[in-house]
Design a protein around this ligand. Sequence first.
Ligand SMILES: O=C(O)C1=C[C@@H](OP(=O)(O)O)[C@@H](O)[C@H](O)C1
Ligand SMILES: C=C(OP(=O)(O)O)C(=O)O
Length: 414
Amino acid sequence: MISSKNLTSVMLSHPTGTLKGSIKLPASKSEANRALIIAALSGQESELHNLSEANDTQLLQRLLRSDAEIIDAEDAGTVMRFLTAYYAVTGQQKILTGTERMCQRPIKVLVEALKELGASIEYMGEEGYPPLKMNGFSGNGKRNLKVRSDISSQYISALLMVGPLLPDGLELELEGKIGSRPYIEMTLSLMQHFGVSATFEENTITVPHQQYKAATFHVESDWSAASYWYSLVALAREADITLLGLREKSFQGDRAIVDIMDRLGVYTAFVEEGVKLSKKNPERQVSYDFSDCPDLAQTVVALCAGLGVTVEMTGLESLRIKETDRIQALQIEVLSMNSSLQEISPGVFRLEPGIITKDELSFRTYQDHRMAMAFAPLALLEPVQIQEPSVVRKSYPRFWEDLEKVGFTIAHEE
Ligand SMILES: O=C(O)C1=C[C@@H](OP(=O)(O)O)[C@@H](O)[C@H](O)C1
Ligand SMILES: C=C(OP(=O)(O)O)C(=O)O
């Protein structure tokens, strides 16, 4: 598999521009990682099917079985945040760390909330950031907390999942804008699937003390991964692509890609085995709010630069603290296509596409899987070099092999 090799780059091209085939997408790492944490908290044997082969999920599975004192969450945000709450409330003494980038991704909101609930946690480096030293749980903390919800929804999800184990349950009052809200709803849906009820009214989520029950859960295909296939279809000369294992009713907010791409040239038909994508005419100018689906922003920026569509975007705040500063990475990389991405007023970004003048494009990936997968579809326009292609292993390890299945030629560069 290309993503398991240490290649400096891959060179992609497509001889015909016509895409035809059925693709088995990876399973959602977001759903899988919630199911794993909840199953571990239930203390009972649940049956989890179609767990993602994404590194983020494989890693969490390994770490939940590990009795090591030092736990390395690598570059996986959900793993870092969910395990912080998990170790805190189960009273495990651990050192939790991650990649250099993970130690620059803030975690203060979560740590301070857990401390109020009765956890003893120390910052081993800079205050507010990993690595963390988890020193146990007293259990006599507060029950009602106010938490900021405008930085990362993963803090809220992490707290909610441990909520039923707390002696008096948990009441969270969310303060500020609720970013990535569908991920919070996904957490509550998964909790419900494992027998725990909670209420979400206005800005307050209440989780009474309860016991999780064992359950069988089948992880759905990943809608975020689907977004790259939508982009491929939009850029293809002709396309008939079926994405397997996606459902019309999904726990995942990134299902929003269906409506986003409807305006960018892709028609979706829900069929028995998943979705069938075909081409339609794109609009010339679009605007989107990515507050509910931040992981789709890179797909849309790269595609619009390729299609020559102007796009105005809001809701991008959280992109600065993900695998890389995604806004900065996008601003740099679209330049090679003579496009520009600028903040035209506070919080409003506009991509102005230009004419591609190079006969070969090259993109850096900034240790971010989504940079690689968002820019790869441009190889339907000109040959594209993607640097450090192994980054895709975080969420979609077989991405390059799936491109080969629909006729891409991929040359490896050591
Ligand atoms: O809870 C989750 O599974 C995720 C929540 C989102 O993060 P933020 O809540 O930090 O925006 C998303 O970007 C990430 O890929 C997965
Ligand atoms: C932001 C992402 O992941 P995480 O925050 O879980 O590292 C992502 O997969 O795009």
